[in-house]
Design a protein around this ligand. Structure first.
Ligand code: NDP
Length: 254
């Protein structure tokens, strides 16, 4: 029996990167996995990966900033599987730009995906958790909520907001047996980080970032997924309102 046996785990942005690793780790831990993602092609790959470990699953093309789509797809998951026990708000976006150059639409896109979507997905998943008297929400924030650098101001602000949302919502739903936590990764090698290195005006940003790593390397999506699945599981039954760093020690470096 895995740590997530008998649980229905919904992962947003689960078609690639950290979300994909969370979906696959949860499946190996015995969960039924529901994935919402924009990317239909990658969605088919994750569907095959779930089937390969014998997990039940549902992959839907859902823009998590669209409340109508989120409500409909969450209802479908509850109808098909009986509940949503765990919600992982993982979908994220970053736009790197000078404040004078960044458009209002780019700012809104970062805030919609990195912050508003976590509220929307929780709003529609929570009734099923509350009805069962248990549940767990894990919000994927970032080290940028605390320590940041130039050009990251919408992302850093949205992720700091996500930690605030985590803390307050944890208090709101604790009486229903629902826990809400955040996980804050440092540098995890995914397409998002590759894009950040590619957009950055400093061509040395990647070797400098690597040199700053106390463990001498970037993290892997699987290393984040392990912590997320622990927080999602009943093993973390007294953990709520917390923000767990998965940053290889970068966040405590002077
Ligand atoms: P990726 O860009 O590799 O994957 C993000 C996934 O989310 C993609 O599949 C993307 O779809 C999907 N997505 C984006 N917008 C939406 C949307 N509106 N609706 C549904 N799905 C969407 O990112 P990572 O795996 O690196 O990051 C995952 C999370 O971890 C993010 O929240 C990120 O901010 C956070 N994080 C990552 C760090 C890192 O170092 N990688 C560090 C700290 C935090 P599509 O491919 O179609 O765009």
């Amino acid at each position: 029996m895995g740590r997530l046996a008998d649980k229905v785990v919904l992962v947003t942005g689960g078609a690639r990167g950290i979300g994909r690793a969370i979906a696959e780790t949860a499946a190996r831990e015995g969960a039924t996995v529901v994935v919402f993602d924009l990317d239909e092609h990658a969605g088919a790959e994750v569907r095959d990966a779930l089937a390969a470990v014998g997990a039940q699953g549902l992959v839907r093309q859902v823009d998590v900033t669209d409340s109508v789509a989120v409500a409909a797809a969450t209802d479908e998951a509850v109808t098909v599987f009986g509940s949503v026990d765990v919600l992982v708000n993982n979908a994220g976006r970053n736009v790197y730009a000078d404040p004078v150059v960044m458009t209002e639409a780019e700012w809104d896109q970062v805030f919609d995906v990195d912050l508003k979507a976590a509220f929307l997905c929780a709003k529609y998943a929570l009734p099923s958790m509350i009805a069962r008297g248990s549940g767990s929400i894990v919000n994927i924030a970032s080290l940028h909520a605390r320590l940041t650098c130039t050009g990251m101001y919408p992302y850093a602000a949205a992720k700091a907001g996500l930690i605030g949302l985590t803390r307050s919502m944890a208090l709101d739903v604790a009486r229903h047996g629902v826990r809400v936590n955040a996980v804050s990764p440092g540098y995890i090698r995914t397409a998002l980080v590759d894009e950040y290195f590619a957009q950055h005006p400093d061509r040395e940003v990647e070797p400098k970032a690597l040199e700053a790593q106390p463990l001498g390397r970037f993290g892997t999506p699987e290393e984040v997924a392990e912590v997320v699945c622990f927080l999602a599981s009943d093993a973390a039954s007294y953990v709520t309102g917390a923000d767990w760093a998965v940053d290889g020690g970068l966040g405590v470096r002077f």
